[in-house]
Design a protein around this ligand. Structure first.
Ligand SMILES: *[C@@H]1O[C@H](CO)[C@@H](O)[C@H](O)[C@H]1NC(C)=O
Ligand SMILES: *[C@@H]1O[C@H](CO)[C@@H](O)[C@H](O)[C@H]1NC(C)=O
Ligand SMILES: *[C@@H]1O[C@H](CO)[C@@H](O)[C@H](O)[C@H]1NC(C)=O
Length: 162
């Protein structure tokens, strides 16, 4: 009988403990939500290809050469360079911005990516006077721990005569 009482007591303790956990989680969740709202960043990421328009060719991404070591500027307003990145050997670039300093709506309407390195530097058959430009597109928000990341990509590069 004593062991049965102990069992009941332990079971009640377990039930009580289980009842407490969701409350603790809920409180933490609330705090997490609050913190995520404050701890955020805007990330602009894309891949530059070594083609006449900087986009992937019909052959597909794995068969299209990339454009490494290219300078990608984020320009806002009338050509104000607010951030710069360089593509890595995979053609990938990443620009991270503080959402407290940049309004998402104004980034989307007022800013563009400009590749200041001429296309000829990745393929000498391509133009040395044409540069690539793209506006920005919002693809969504992801959570990384307590960090809320607003993800932007190039809407699509196009060649512009410099
Ligand atoms: C990358 O570009 C810089 C300047 O544009 C140049 O000095 C450097 O040699 C380049 N690096 C590679 C690996 O092409
Ligand atoms: C290029 O940068 C991306 C993102 O930072 C990374 O995932 C990738 O491994 C890099 N590629 C190389 C070859 O460094
Ligand atoms: C360089 O560009 C030319 C013209 O678009 C293309 O025919 C050629 O295949 C390219 N070379 C490489 C190595 O991608």
């Amino acid at each position: 009988m004593a062991s049965f009482k102990t069992l009941v007591f332990v079971s009640l303790l377990v039930i009580a403990a289980l009842a407490v956990v969701p409350i603790a989680k809920a409180q933490l969740g609330g705090l997490g939500g609050l913190t995520a709202g404050l701890l955020g960043l805007i990330r602009i990421q894309g891949t530059l290809f070594c083609t006449a328009n900087g986009r992937v060719s019909n052959a597909g991404a794995s068969l299209t050469p990339v454009f490494p070591n290219a300078t990608v500027q984020l320009q806002c307003g009338s050509g104000n360079v607010v951030s710069t990145a360089i593509t890595n050997t995979s053609g990938l670039f990443s620009i991270v911005l503080d959402p407290l300093q940049f309004l998402l709506s104004s980034l989307l309407s007022n800013c563009k990516l400009v590749v200041s390195t001429p296309l000829s530097s990745c393929n000498s058959s391509l133009s040395g006077t044409t540069i690539l430009q793209s506006t920005l597109q919002l693809i969504g928000t992801t959570l990384a721990g307590l960090l809320s990341i607003i993800n932007l990509i190039p809407a699509g590069f196009s060649p512009i005569i410099n």
